[in-house]
Write a protein that binds this ligand. Structure first.
Ligand SMILES: NC(=O)c1ccc[n+]([C@@H]2O[C@H](COP(=O)([O-])OP(=O)(O)OC[C@H]3O[C@@H](n4cnc5c(N)ncnc54)[C@H](O)[C@@H]3O)[C@@H](O)[C@H]2O)c1
Length: 339
């Protein structure tokens, strides 16, 4: 392993850029963030001041042109990812890119081809693979602790829907929200999904329907190895962020519960209750965001493969497109119809 610090640049100083910049600054002494770029200069400046980043720029080109920078974290809006991956790869930088790579398969192909050609590393931001609960479930599958998996259930409900202005450009529920669950399904079972069937509706807010999207969906997955799975999504759960999985195997099952801000249970003469779960992804997945970036840095420094590859970014989008097609056409859709 290299003993010198890894020099990185960050593109995008919004919500997720801030999370990753703070991990690099305060938790990874083996990394130096040399520059941060955002078209919103004030956002970049504020984050640079907070995290001690010496260079602020409005243009990602300045980051790609800096020969000291070995790796970049692409944390800008989704519509910029594919072009930035191509430019970073052509500049010989290793790449961590937030999900999704793009909404369009042609754009993803173009980005992955550039990465392949440049021979740089690429990790996609499917942070939930690094969550301790879900990693434990995967371990139970890999070790055979629950035998051969038969059924898998993912419950993934947000506390409240995003603004409709976001939904209009997000690619819809399957590409902005379920995409994490598609990746989780593949990760947990360790096999590919062949076919999906979606039942969905608009039950939370009619404006979401008017924007062409759904806010409630149940997706049945059929894996190549025979496992049957479900993904249960809602853009609104009155009690907060609901993130659970269960797998039933031939020798038993494994299930995870939600994460809570405390373990206290209040018992009175009329009820037994506890506080609501951690409210949204920033709180619930804090540690996994740090772990994924640590793993990326380690892969670069030790010249190892990344733990979430470009193909994982591609397949999750294929699944999202197939899920939408299934809803539109009221029938099971094989992934190879989309790809
Ligand atoms: N893994 C996760 O759980 C997770 C969570 C949130 C967001 N994301 C992903 O991260 C990405 C950013 O989301 P966000 O919530 O931080 O959005 P955001 O709007 O808060 O931040 C995006 C930032 O990118 C900047 N930007 C836009 N175009 C740019 C360009 N060409 N060059 C430099 N900067 C540019 C914007 O000015 C903004 O500051 C999205 O792709 C989103 O899907 C992933």
């Amino acid at each position: 392993m290299s003993t010198k610090q890894l020099n990185v640049g960050i593109i995008g100083a919004g919500r997720i850029g801030k999370v990753h910049a703070e991990t690099l600054a305060f938790r990874l002494p083996e990394v130096r963030t040399l520059a941060i770029a955002d078209v919103n200069r004030e956002a970049a400046q504020a984050l640079a001041a907070r995290c001690g980043i010496p260079t602020v720029t409005e243009s990602s080109a300045a980051i790609f042109a800096n020969p000291q920078i070995e790796a970049v974290l692409i944390c800008s809006s989704t519509n910029t990812h594919a072009d930035l991956i191509v430019q970073a790869a052509q500049a010989g930088k290793h790449i961590f890119c937030e999900k999704p790579i793009a909404h369009d398969l042609g754009q993803i192909d173009r980005a992955l081809a550039a990465v392949e050609q440049a021979g740089v590393k690429l990790q996609i931001g499917f942070n939930r693979r690094f969550d301790a609960n879900f990693a434990r479930v995967r371990q139970a599958v890999v070790s055979g602790e629950i035998g051969t998996p038969r059924l898998m259930h993912i419950v993934s409900r947000d506390p409240a829907p995003p603004p409709v202005s976001y939904i209009r450009v997000s690619g819809g529920i399957f590409l902005d929200m379920t995409i994490h669950d598609f990746d989780m399904a593949r990760f947990l079972i360790g096999d590919e999904v062949e076919e999906v069937y979606t039942s969905g509706g608009v039950m939370v807010d009619p404006e979401i329907g008017k924007a062409g999207d759904l806010d409630t969906a149940l997706i049945v997955l059929r894996f190549r190895n025979g496992v049957i799975g479900t993904i249960d999504n809602s853009r609104q759960a009155a009690y907060g962020y609901d993130q659970r999985v269960e797998i039933l195997g031939s020798l038993g099952s494994i299930a995870t519960a939600n994460c809570y801000p405390n373990q206290a249970v209040v018992s009175t003469g009329t009820e037994v209750r506890q506080d609501l779960p951690l409210n949204f992804f920033m709180d619930r997945y804090t540690e996994s965001f740090a772990s994924e970036v640590r793993a990326f840095v380690q892969a670069v420094r030790e010249d190892q493969p990344t733990r979430v590859a470009g193909i994982d970014g591609l397949v999750a989008v294929v699944m999202g497109l197939a899920a939408r097609k299934s809803y539109d056409e009221h029938r099971p859709v094989r992934l190879d119809e989309v790809r």
